[in-house]
Design a protein around this ligand. Structure first.
Ligand code: 13P
Ligand code: SF4
Length: 330
């Protein structure tokens, strides 16, 4: 683990140059989620949503995957590419949805509902993936759900808001696991309505992890990449963004003449919509991780193989793989 070295004095080190040098030396690829700090997004080989990042991880020719995201994303990379070294700058970068779904409880819940299949959001541990039938991400969930016969009973976990959104949209009952994302849960309906009154006619784009009282005031609901695309294709020049605000960095790069306003939390200007787990990754920790090849993701092989089945099912059903080694800059 790199915890002791994280206290090293790194002053005077040109982190950008060192990361570039180590990346070459290690034959590493740097994958980053849209919720990472701008400086990490800017040095990554690829920035994307969960589905895109898992496809990139499955197809890269690199020997090392430096995953700038959270643990379930880095685990997904290891499940799909076991021969590669997968490093996560801070192993404490978890997710409230993963925490809300302990494998033992999930297993018992499944056993109590033997006639249900488990359609599970990718924001969960490798163990929970191993106990599931099909994994979904926010950008693949609708395509996948539409392929499941209507009479098939479904357990959807661990995000009850994404599950509830799908359930309403498809008019389909599902048994929902009671997990939430602490970041999307923190948006305030009262403050959003005040903001909408201040900017009449300005659309709202929301992630489906938001609770229904935010979704109900939104003009577009989709994954991070979907929201980014909406920001680029919408007609107006201003957008209220109800997801983690670091994605605004990509919007401003793509559309420098448009204005993007982060949806507010309860007191109007708290930082409660910044994902505290994503924020653990820093340039310093990325440098140390590339230098020491630590912390590394390690998985039990039986868990990995079982989890791979449910992930492969997603990749098949979501369709369209990316070109091998086709790593583009975001
Ligand atoms: P996306 O798959 O839309 O990028 O979502 C990942 C996530 O963790 C959102 O909170
Ligand atoms: Fe998990 Fe929410 Fe952070 Fe996404 S934003 S990683 S769902 S805590």
């Amino acid at each position: 683990m790199n915890a002791p070295t994280a206290r090293e004095n790194l002053q005077g080190i040109d982190l950008l140059a060192e990361i570039a040098r180590l990346k070459k030396e290690r034959n590493a690829v740097i994958l980053a989620h849209y919720y990472q700090k701008p400086e990490i997004q800017d040095l990554a080989d690829f920035v994307g949503d969960s589905l895109e990042l898992s496809k990139r991880a499955a197809e890269t020719d690199a020997d090392v995957i430096a995953f700038c995201g959270v643990k379930f994303m880095a685990e997904t990379a290891k499940i799909l590419s076991p021969q590669k070294t997968v490093i996560l700058p801070d192993m404490a970068a978890g997710c409230s949805l993963e925490d809300a779904c302990p494998p033992g409880k999930f297993k018992a819940f499944r056993a109590a509902h033997p006639d249900h299949i488990a359609l599970t959001y990718i924001n969960c541990s490798a163990e929970v993936k191993a106990l599931s039938d099909i994994i979904v991400t926010s950008s693949s969930a609708e395509t996948i759900l539409s392929q499941i016969p209507p009479e098939q009973k479904i357990i959807f976990g661990p995000d009850r808001h994404l599950g509830g959104y799908l359930s309403r949209k498809f008019n389909r009952e599902m048994l929902l696991w009671p997990g939430v994302c602490i970041v999307h849960e923190a948006f305030s309906e009262t403050e959003l309505l005040k903001l909408k009154a201040q900017y009449p006619g300005v659309p709202v784009a929301a992630h489906p992890e938001c609770p229904p009282h935010i979704i109900d005031h939104s003009d577009y609901v989709g994954s991070t990449s979907g929201i980014l695309q909406y920001a680029q294709t919408m007609e107006g020049d201003t957008l209220i963004v109800a997801t983690e605000p670091h994605i605004i960095h990509q919007m401003e790069k793509a559309e420098p003449t448009k204005a993007f306003i982060g949806a507010p939390g309860a007191d109007g200007n708290c930082a409660c919509n910044i994902c505290p787990y994503m924020a653990l990754n820093t340039m310093e920790k990325l440098y140390l991780a590339l230098r020491d090849l630590q912390p590394q993701i390690e998985l039990d092989e039986n868990v990995r193989l079982a989890a791979k089945k449910s992930l492969d099912r997603m990749l098949e059903m979501a369709g369209g793989t990316l070109g091998k080694g086709d790593l583009g800059r975001a």
